[in-house]
Design a binder for this molecule. Structure first.
Ligand code: BTN
Length: 269
């Protein structure tokens, strides 16, 4: 763990007028920032405790996948202890925060439900929200972000190389990881507080950033199942609404959605 790294992030946050209210751990290399933060959560760490690593050896992604985490990326996890109703919108709020932080770098992004952050059609960042619940409701949420700051494409596994992109690749600029992290955390505090005060504003903003797939045919992969239908939108709780091919409707809480190209219609010729 490096103290100077944590100080650098605190300094970058202070430059944005934020006196970070909780401990920050900074690691050159770690198995997984989210796994480390879960340990801290169980020990009673306060809300906003943050773990950052410059490299992960066992990074985890959504749907049980691995998250390749070579040097050059930002790997960040933040502890939330929500005491409000709209907990289901946290992953969407996080997506909006990341999109806005990247917007500061002049990068235009699109959010693919629930919160894949795409730029130029490629994945620039991914977010993993993991919750622990107790009888009294949600105990904590660990929000993990992996963002390709200056990640060399060759350092990524072959199967994701063509679909990934970094800030460096998009802009030619090598941003400081602490500055990118501070930008994300600053926007996250804003949207997290909005979840309590005005959850509809979060949804509105998420829709503004979302890939405009509404009314299009999509495929949804979730836990080994594939559903096909038309994406209709997102409900007030952040779930994806699908009109399925069999005429029924589905409300989807998690999964991977991809747009399906329509086969050319040959019947008209
Ligand atoms: C996705 O599959 O799109 C989500 C990827 C989330 C990766 C981040 S990196 C920091 C944190 N630690 C992990 O092990 N995973 C998350």
């Amino acid at each position: 763990m490096t103290e100077s790294g944590a100080d650098g992030l605190r300094e970058a946050l202070r430059a944005r007028g934020l006196d970070w209210p909780a401990p920050i751990e900074h690691h050159d290399r770690l198995a997984s920032t989210s796994d480390r933060l879960k340990e801290r959560a169980r020990e009673g760490a306060p809300e906003w405790t943050t773990v950052l690593a410059l490299e992960q050896t066992a990074g985890r992604g959504r749907q049980g996948r691995a998250w390749a985490s070579p040097a050059g990326g930002l790997y960040l996890s933040v502890l939330l202890r929500p005491r409000f109703e709209s907990v289901g919108l946290i992953p969407l709020a996080a997506g909006v925060a990341v999109a806005e932080a990247l917007g500061e770098q002049g990068i235009q992004t699109e959010l693919k439900w629930p919160n894949d952050v795409l730029a130029a059609g490629r994945k620039l960042a991914g977010i993993l929200a993991e919750a622990s619940s107790s009888v009294s409701g949600f105990d904590w949420v660990v929000l993990g972000l992996g963002l390709n700051v200056a990640t060399a494409v060759e350092a990524l596994p072959e199967e994701v190389r063509s679909s990934a992109v970094s800030i460096l690749g998009l802009t030619g600029r090598r941003c400081a990881v602490a500055d990118v992290a501070a930008a994300v955390l600053a926007r996250l505090t804003v949207w997290y507080h909005a979840l309590r005060a005005e959850p509809r504003a979060v949804l509105r903003s998420w829709r503004e950033h979302a890939v405009p797939w509404w009314g299009r045919r999509v495929e949804l992969h979730s836990g080994g199942r594939i559903l096909r239908g038309v994406a209709e939108g997102v409900d007030p709780g952040g779930a994806l609404l699908l009109a399925l091919d069999d005429g029924t409707r589905a409300t989807i809480l998690s999964g991977d959605v991809t747009a399906v190209r329509l086969e050319p219609d040959t019947t008209q010729r």
